[in-house]
Design a binder for this molecule. Structure first.
Ligand code: TLP
Length: 346
């Protein structure tokens, strides 16, 4: 029985076309700027997101870290959501490695930060305070259930930032999911921000890599920060080759992942003992709660694993399932059947 792995869209394996591109990639030393495949990927991604320049990263975490460290110096402050990936899941890297002070404000259920909360968090010029430098947004928002931030909202944050002399960084690990869900060009979602990180290895199913985008001056500086963090990769074209195939072949099919997530959420809504807000599922991420007495999320997950289905515990009683290139509609039906069985098992 094949395992249906819904823990994350990071578990996707490269497509046959990606494996072939990896084998045939033209390579060089990227620290010298001489890997033609990396250069092609960076140009392609920059054009897609409407940035002047782009830079390949080992991971989304590194992409966010390099961007924050490029915008901020030690002691500077970044305003970000209390549910943001950078605050929650990046091992405190911005503080540990950059001395950057996180000023968290509440993420709303739809992934946004209220403009008035951002305004109130910006520090006045006073020797007691750290200097506010940067605002971070996340689109789609992972811990807010894959919620999509609109272009209008992103633009509003960008103008607020500009009025206050601040920069905006967008964690766009799943920005293509957002663009597909809204049916708009991805550039519309990135036009106001100063930097962004985009993951190749999530919804786009490439094996490794993220790319950051920004102005040429920003990317020149980010290249130095990446090197300092040990992220200067040599024949990285083997990564970029798969990334190029991902951009060619994986964006349009993301809508299938969204349909599968909606189907899964609808099915979960019909199961006794679980609670899901199916109407809130906009992209490929489904969070639901175990609300049956004396049944923990961990127990349900281990019963599911025995039935060949993997999901992730993401808090007390809370489970996350993510759809991706490696699962189809039949897998979702099998998952729902396994969930019904697991709920009734003792
Ligand atoms: N998220 C992972 C885990 O770390 C939670 C996942 O399975 O969803 N930004 C966002 C919004 C992300 O969701 C992730 C990965 C990252 C950045 C970091 O990317 P990687 O894993 O490439 O460092």
């Amino acid at each position: 029985m094949r395992t249906i792995d819904l823990r994350s869209d990071t578990v996707t394996l490269p497509s046959p076309e990606m494996r072939q591109a990896i084998c045939q990639a033209e390579l060089g030393d990227d620290v010298f700027g001489e890997d033609p495949t990396v250069v092609r990927l960076e140009r392609r991604l920059a054009a897609l997101v409407g940035a002047e320049a782009a830079l390949l990263m080992a991971s989304g975490t590194m992409g966010n870290l390099v961007c924050v460290l490029t915008h901020c110096g030690r002691g500077d402050e970044v305003i970000l959501g209390d549910q943001s990936h950078t605050f929650y899941y990046e091992a405190g890297g911005i503080s540990a490695l950059g001395g950057v002070h996180p000023h968290t404000i509440a993420n709303q259920h739809d992934g946004t930060l209220r403009l008035e909360d951002i305004r109130a968090a910006i520090r006045p010029d006073n020797v007691h305070f750290p200097r506010t430098r940067l605002i971070c947004l996340e689109n789609t928002h992972n811990r807010c259930g894959g919620a999509v931030l609109s272009a209008e909202y992103t633009d509003a944050v960008a103008s607020l930032a500009r009025e206050n002399g601040l920069a905006v960084h967008l964690d766009g690990a799943r920005i293509f999911n957002a663009a597909v869900a809204l049916g708009i060009d991805v550039k519309t979602l990135t036009r106001g921000v100063d930097s962004m990180s985009v993951c190749l290895s999530k919804g786009l199913a490439a094996p490794v890599g993220s790319v950051i985008g920004g102005s040429q001056a920003f990317i020149d500086e980010a290249r130095r920060v990446r090197k300092m963090l040990g992220g200067g990769m040599r024949q990285a074209g083997i990564i970029a080759a798969a990334g190029l195939v991902a951009l060619d072949t994986m964006i349009d099919r993301i809508q299938d992942d969204h349909a599968h997530a909606a189907h899964l959420a609808k099915g979960i809504a019909g199961l006794n003992g679980l609670h899901v807000d199916a109407a809130a599922v906009q992209t490929n991420i489904v969070y639901f709660d175990v609300v049956r007495e004396r049944l923990s999320a961990e127990t349900l997950l281990s019963r599911l694993a025995e039935r060949g289905v993997k999901m992730l515990c993401s808090g007390p009683g809370r489970i996350r399932a993510v759809t991706h290139y490696g699962v189809d509609r039949d897998d979702i039906d099998r998952t729902l059947a396994a969930m019904a069985e697991a709920l009734d098992a003792s």
